[in-house]
Design a protein around this ligand. Structure first.
Ligand code: FRU
Length: 456
């Protein structure tokens, strides 16, 4: 039997013919999910010709991770998404085992993508190399003939070529840069900086930030940006040690605030913070809107956890969080806020009614605990005034979700004195924004019967 090759055409045909067989029981209405198949990281999040484009790690042929393609969709309001044809398939020698994560940038009205080609070599080793593709119409993408544009051997000798991935593009003072995840031989996470004048010729610039042994062994999906003159670095460390309520997920996502020494091209961190305290938030990626505001979206899942729609053969798996604005708060921290226009598209939820999707906002005074679901199958969330925690507890859900953690993950929480909360529920998802986005908790759940909201 001849093995069929992965191509964009084959993927699009498969999606068109099979999306009708997806079981939507747990599929969110207002959050982005693919028409069929598995998704993970958001990629290439970018504003292009009046619309936000989102690409994503995609395996259309199964509800499990497989040879990665780039799925593609666009939106004007972050709630209504238009699916577009698959943008990239692993169809070249330099990406033959997967088009891994990457990002987008617009140059001279052309949409450019930079992504990692994953290659499983015959001797059992892995190579990860960086490639470029572009599109003039925002729909069809061409990989450039110069690929690969950056391979592991351009890194200093103390780096491992097999873990060199997830380039995130940005422009600074007329130069193009990419922050890329790389693994140091000391088994610590590192972000390296590549530079280019034309997006085609790339060179190694610097080790932007090197981690310590206590900060996880690989920092996936880095992102660098500036807000009001301050510098921020985001990444998703694998195995960042749990610290009380923080970093409860074995793989989490963090944001560093700091400054950059642009002579030596080094990031100098000042503060470190977990971005989201829910059970399902990983590999966030940001972009800038036409008004200059920074907005991030993340994969609403994390590695190693039971994938319920897959177990149930629903033919789809995973969704994104709602996109959130990052806004400078009073102190150093950034606030995460849903855009007003998006909020206005979400119906208001009332207590005691059956819910599919919607939101509510409430002032907090003392204990404020909610139960969502039915009598025997429910989640609990809210503010526990005694412990001063906002939490989500999915231990009463009949469908059990397990993870690689060797500690319980059914309840997640953040210590905070809650004054008000905003809650968005969307069939299988909950996002809680505390004190105008000072902290956020994002989780998925799988309740089989009616979703009724009650106050306890
Ligand atoms: C993060 C990640 C990336 C990689 C991609 C593969 O979730 O592991 O580092 O590029 O997923 O799908």
């Amino acid at each position: 039997m001849i093995e069929e090759k992965f191509t964009v055409d084959r993927a699009n045909k498969y999606i068109a013919e099979n999306a009708q067989y997806v079981n939507n029981q747990f599929k969110p209405e207002k959050h982005f999910s693919a028409p069929i198949g598995w998704i993970n990281d958001p990629n290439g999040f970018v504003y292009f010709r009046g619309e936000y484009h989102l690409f994503y790690q995609y395996y259309p042929y199964g509800s499990f991770w497989g040879p990665m393609h780039w799925g593609h969709a666009k939106t004007r309001d972050f709630v209504n998404w238009e699916h577009l044809p698959v943008a990239l398939a692993p169809d070249m020698p330099y990406d033959k085992d997967g088009c891994f994560s990457g990002s987008a940038i617009v140059k001279d009205d052309v949409l450019w993508l930079m992504y990692t080609g994953n290659i499983n070599n015959e001797d059992g080793s892995v190579s990860q190399i960086q490639n470029m593709a572009y599109s003039r119409d925002g729909i069809h993408f061409e990989k450039i003939k110069q690929n690969p544009v950056a391979v592991g051997s351009i890194l200093p000798d103390d780096f491992i070529n097999a873990d060199f991935r997830d380039p995130k593009l940005f422009e600074k003072d007329g130069h193009y840069y990419a922050v890329v995840a790389a693994k140091h031989k000391e088994n610590v996470g590192t972000v390296v900086l590549l530079g280019s004048e034309d997006l085609i010729d790339w060179k190694f610039e610097s080790v932007f930030l090197k981690g310590t042994k206590e900060q996880g062994f690989m920092w996936e999906c880095p992102d660098y940006f500036e807000i009001e003159g301050k510098s921020y670095l985001i990444f998703s460390p694998m195995r960042y040690p749990k610290d009380g309520n923080d970093f409860q997920n074995i793989n989490s996502s963090i944001i560093l605030n700091g400054t950059v020494d642009w002579v030596n091209k080094e990031f100098k961190p000042e503060t470190i913070k977990e971005i989201d305290h829910g059970q399902d938030f990983y590999a966030p990626q940001s972009t800038q809107g036409p008004d200059g505001r920074r907005i991030i979206i993340a994969w609403m899942h994390t590695w190693g956890r039971t994938v319920i729609p897959h177990e149930l053969d629903h033919k789809w798996a995973c969704n994104m969080t709602l996109p959130r604005l990052l806004v400078q708060g009073k102190n150093q921290n950034l606030l995460q806020k849903l855009p007003d226009k998006m909020v206005s598209l979400l119906p208001v939820i009332s207590l005691g009614e059956e819910i599919v999707s919607g939101r509510f906002e409430v002032e907090v005074e003392g204990n404020l605990i909610y139960q969502l679901g039915s009598e025997k199958d429910y989640i609990v969330f809210g503010f526990d005034a005694t412990g001063q925690e906002v939490f989500i507890d999915r231990s009463h859900q009949l469908i059990k979700i397990n993870g690689e953690e060797n500690w319980p993950t059914e309840r997640c929480a953040v210590f905070i004195e809650a004054e008000k909360i905003q809650v968005v529920i969307d069939r299988n998802t909950i996002e809680i924004f505390v004190n105008d986005g000072q902290e956020v908790l994002s989780s998925v759940f799988y309740l089989q019967e009616k979703h009724i909201l009650n106050k306890l």
